[in-house]
Design a protein around this ligand. Sequence first.
Ligand code: IMP
Ligand code: MG
Length: 178
Amino acid sequence: MKKIKVKDLEFSVSITADEIDKATQKVAEEINRDLKGKTPLFLVILNGAFMFAADLFKKINIECEVSFVKLSSYVGTKTTSTVRELIGLDEVLKDRYVVIVEDIIDTGITMENTIQKLKHLEAADVRIASLLFKPDAFQKDYPIDYIGMEIPNEFIIGYGLDYDGYARNLPDIYTLIK
Ligand code: IMP
Ligand code: MG
């Protein structure tokens, strides 16, 4: 099995680029079906979601727009409960169909906070699309509309996801070896 060392930690491949592509295709097909004629605005949460967003966006075949915001909550391999501000939201969301694009939903705190911040902007509809979801770590109860795949509650890197800023460039996803 392919292994990699990033700083002090060792990881092994858990989701291949091919499996990521299939999961992305599934999400794209669901969005193409559900939001046809709605001209959705994709709101990508940087940094982690940049790679998923680029691949997803190429598979979207309905009229749409894309914009990027920044919001991060991770320090090292542990989530922190304090979520930083949404930076860069300059689109008018009023009456729009908004699809928030995330790399991963872990505890769900980040996404809840993001949705909270969008509330007063009066979007017609706000949906969530996440490549990955950790059901065993999720502490919230809102619905996640589009999920690429569910994964165990383990720390992963690659395909946009980082360990202290590293490993975002890897085309496959790797899991921490304990
Ligand atoms: P949450 O607030 O706990 O749901 O965490 C969400 C954010 O933490 C995601 O957008 C990721 O950027 C980051 N994150 C969550 N799990 C992992 C992981 O296993 N590896 C790297 N980053 C992660
Ligand atoms: Mg993220």
